[in-house]
Write a protein that binds this ligand. Structure first.
Ligand SMILES: Cc1ncc(COP(=O)(O)O)c(C=O)c1O
Length: 459
């Protein structure tokens, strides 16, 4: 029993409160130092940084920013603004900001029903991240050859379809555009999902419609290595609410995206364990601006490529890359196939001597993650554990699955990937630059090839 003399009346019973005020003066958790760290990363000069610090210190940040995307208390977060502008510039019903292009692909595959015992048809030329995301989704990638556009050959897809196939994942490669009309026809005929990998062709169009809006999902990397992007960012587009919900569930499995976070599943397949691929607010702050610039960036690249292409003469020994939609190309590379690698070497050396940034892979067998036979973790079929999942997954084997990957599986890709000459273009070339570059290409090709008005045209 407490001593009556020391017993004080509880605040609950009308006594004095023990704590009437807090005297310790807090400072924002995130404040001027963090802001200056971002400014420093941008590379501003010491002088500019000092001015910024002075201005920032003079301001009152209150409790400082709360940087997550959810429950921020803001009218619109940067991620929300990024998704909004994505919907607008791509003409898409739904958009989800994620932390990378690989995450976008992983989420799209999972949301599309790619999983154990299934296969996804991937292009022989693309990037390793696409087939890697198939594998991390529990499925097996099957490579499909390309045609002279260097994109997946729609005519080669059908023979690869098995009872295990659930999706096709075309890649719009290096500014080029896949024949989405033909791909969608095959997909519909066989009730397959389509996941477009648009990481290298942001803003590209097929017949006037942005790539990424044809398939069930469009996946983008919005990273610093792309023509639009800050550091590490990604984007998923879809035109279907269920697809949006399932992709959201995967990238944000805490359910913060749901109207009622803890509600029971509204339908079969709504709730499952995903991960956290949420986009960072700081990344979105940069990428919302980058996406806003996308239409102008693409327009400049297209203008440059067209200005050059229309000045090029045709040659018997040169075959230009086939363009599935010359108007819709993003256009940051110009490509053509010399008759032989030997001729290609001469052309590349001569173009470089003219100050034109040309390259050719050649036949030295240098590994490259853009071509199927060099995507080693896939082709060696080595999983992270001894059971070599998914290739030796009992379910996959039970469904009759078995695959070996060898150079020679996709002969058109084997040949063209080594032989193609690529010229990198810059969106800031002016009309005179384009004239000089076109003049240089004509000069070099005229020195080594025979001009032929009947040869394959550039446009
Ligand atoms: C075609 C393609 N798909 C996917 C990715 C992966 O994107 P990220 O690096 O943002 O994960 C890339 C990145 O280079 C890519 O080029």
């Amino acid at each position: 029993m407490a001593d009556e003399r020391t017993k004080e009346k509880l605040a609950l019973e009308g006594g004095l409160k023990a704590v009437t005020s807090i005297e310790g003066k807090g400072r924002p958790k995130i404040g001027v130092e963090e802001f200056m760290s971002v400014a420093e990363r941008f590379g501003f000069s010491e002088k500019a940084l000092a001015k910024m610090r002075k201005a920032a210190e003079a301001d009152d940040l209150g409790e400082g920013p709360f940087l997550p995307n959810y429950y921020s208390g803001l009218k619109e977060t940067k991620v929300e603004a990024y998704e909004k502008i994505a919907r607008k510039v791509f003409g898409s019903k739904y958009a989800i900001g994620v932390n990378s292009g690989t995450s976008a692909l992983h989420a799209a595959f999972i949301a599309a029903g790619v999983g154990p015992g299934t296969e996804v048809i991937c292009p022989a030329i693309g990037f390793f991240a696409t087939s890697a995301a198939v594998v991390t989704s529990g499925a097996v990638p099957i490579f499909c050859d390309v045609d002279k556009s260097l994109m997946i050959d729609p005519a080669q897809i059908e023979p690869l379809i098995t009872k295990r196939t659930v999706a096709i994942a075309p890649t719009h490669w290096q500014g080029g555009i896949c024949d989405m009309g033909a791909i969608m026809k095959v997909a519909r005929r066989h009730k397959l999902k389509v996941i477009e990998d648009c990481a290298q062709a942001v803003g590209g169009e097929f017949k006037g419609r942005r790539v990424g809006t044809f398939g069930d999902f469009g996946c983008f990397s919005i990273s610093g290595y792309k023509i639009v992007g800050g550091g590490e960012g990604g984007l998923i587009l879809t035109q279907n609410k269920r697809n949006w919900e399932r992709a959201q569930q995967f990238i944000e499995c805490g359910g913060l995206w749901r109207p009622v976070r803890f509600a029971r599943p509204r339908y079969k397949g709504e709730l499952f364990c995903g991960t956290n691929y949420r986009m960072s607010e700081l990344e979105a702050a940069v990428d919302v601006v980058q996406l806003g610039k996308m239409p102008a960036v693409v327009k400049r690249f297209r203008t440059v490529k067209h200005r050059i292409l229309k000045r090029l003469r045709t040659y018997g020994e040169i075959e230009p890359q086939v363009l599935n939609d010359p108007e819709g190309e993003v256009g940051y590379t110009l490509r053509f196939y010399p008759e032989t690698i030997k001729l290609g070497r001469k052309i590349v050396a001569a173009l470089q001597a003219e100050n034109i940034s040309a390259s050719m892979r050649g036949d030295k067998g240098r590994p490259d993650w853009h071509v199927y036979h060099s995507m080693f973790p896939v082709t060696y079929k080595t999983g992270p554990t001894e059971d070599n999942y998914p290739w030796e997954d009992p379910l996959y084997l039970k469904r009759g699955g078995s695959i070996e990957y060898n150079r020679g599986d996709c002969p058109v890709a084997d040949d063209l990937f080594d032989r193609v000459i690529s010229i990198g273009l810059n969106q800031w070339y002016n009309a005179a630059d384009c004239r000089h570059i076109a003049g240089g290409i004509n000069k070099v090709l005229s020195a080594y090839c025979s001009e032929d008005a009947e040869a394959a045209p550039w446009l």
